[in-house]
Design a protein around this ligand. Structure first.
Ligand SMILES: [Zn+2]
Length: 164
């Protein structure tokens, strides 16, 4: 079972109607392990954009937020589930990095670890400073890989085809 199939079994309301036309509200029993409040979110629509991130750092809060983010990307963004999942997962990767990512080293390139000298140094919003595109790619892959591993520990798997 791949991540998309697993998602569909977890979200019976998406199984028949698709994200653009949510099925009739699922009963708490049909929702399996999902709390009743989460079912209400699907029944009423996704609600406000879940920009604030998970309410806390328990696996349950992260998964609930991730499901809300997928709902938001699918329903408000009018996307298919296959399109919404990687976008929501990307949101989760960024949120994980913001909360738990290692601080970039000071005074050296976050990509290669070399000294920073001269002009043309990239400065990123997380404080990382980098030499060039190669160092940017290396640093991005490193923090995204760490986030994917952290999300897996919270029970959130990457959707099919997602690459750090
Ligand atoms: Zn570098």
């Amino acid at each position: 079972m791949n991540a998309l199939e697993k998602w569909l079994t977890l979200r019976p309301s998406f199984g028949s109607g698709g994200p653009a036309t949510p099925a009739t509200p699922a009963t708490p029993q049909a929702a399996g392990s999902h709390p009743v409040a989460d079912v209400a979110v699907v029944a009423k629509g996704p609600g406000p954009r879940p920009d604030a991130g998970p309410a806390n750092d328990t696996p349950e809060a992260w998964r609930r937020w991730y499901h809300r983010t997928v709902d938001y990307r699918a329903i408000v963004g009018k996307r298919t589930l296959a399109e919404a999942l990687p976008l929501a997962y990307g949101d989760a990767v960024c949120e994980w990095h913001k909360r738990f990512g290692a601080s970039p080293p000071e005074g050296v390139c976050a990509g290669c670890g070399g000294p920073l000298e001269g002009q043309g140094v990239y400065s990123l919003h997380d404080g990382a400073r980098l030499h060039d595109d190669g160092c940017l790619t290396r640093y991005g892959r490193r923090w995204r890989t760490a986030a994917v591993e952290g999300l897996a520990l919270l029970g959130i798997s990457p959707p099919p085809g997602w690459e750090p």
